[in-house]
Design a protein around this ligand. Sequence first.
Ligand SMILES: C[S@@+](CC[C@H](N)C(=O)[O-])C[C@H]1O[C@@H](n2cnc3c(N)ncnc32)[C@H](O)[C@@H]1O
Length: 270
Amino acid sequence: MGKRPPKDQKRHWTEVYARTPAFFGEEPSGFARRALERFRAEGVGTVLELGFGQGRDTLLFAENGLRVTALDYSEHAVRELEETARARSLSGRIEARIHDVRDPLPFPDDAFDACYAHMLLCMELTEAEIAFALTEIHRVVRPGGPVLYTVRSDHDKHYRAGTRLREDIYEVGGFVVHFFTEEKIRRLARGYDLEVIERMEEGNLPRDLYVVTLRRRPGPMPDQPEVTTVRNPMKKFEGFFDAVRENPALEPKTRGLLFLAASLSAGCGL
Ligand SMILES: C[S@@+](CC[C@H](N)C(=O)[O-])C[C@H]1O[C@@H](n2cnc3c(N)ncnc32)[C@H](O)[C@@H]1O
């Protein structure tokens, strides 16, 4: 049984922002306030922000003297932030640009003191695309610079709710979200010192987030470790499981028996 394709996410975010002037609230996030303290303590002057949305955190950083290069793939978001920055006389400190983080970052090596990404890496990105984005961030942040990000966690009440698309990526109410485990965060921290993983709640859902503090290690990004293929015997039954789960014509008992048969076949290496 084929899966319904997810709603185009770039268009979706644009529509959300067009109909809701402050989708994440008027105030800067708690995560941004904490990041600002850290940036101040470390003498950070330039920040690369990824997936800035409606700019609630970009404005906080710029109002506090930081120069922010803010990227988002929604053209609407970029136009909105440019207007707000102009209205608040912050254009000199905010450069908003359209950019998809699946593409190489358009900056030279070591261009920024720090990187900040609040709920961007948990968007519709595969683990390989996230690893690519983190490799690019490693290239453009100076050695020793902090890289702070948040992602939706595997403790979030929407984890495994909605429609599973692939990996740990689900569509929930039109939004595509990649949920993270601590193990995934550790796996993706190649080339960085992983200082801390914390938990935080945000909004009135509430969203359950991992707050990740990385520090860019000096030197080039290490090569990808050689991929050792660990055979997952359940893998080839994934499509079958999805089809059984989503078939409304099947009785719960029949469904259970089909799952059992597939699991036994996988266990026997069939
Ligand atoms: C969950 S929102 C967070 C917005 C903002 N950081 C905040 O907390 O207010 C995620 C943002 O990432 C942007 N985004 C999603 N996928 C992206 C991608 N591949 N490249 C660039 N931006 C992306 C969306 O347009 C959206 O504005």
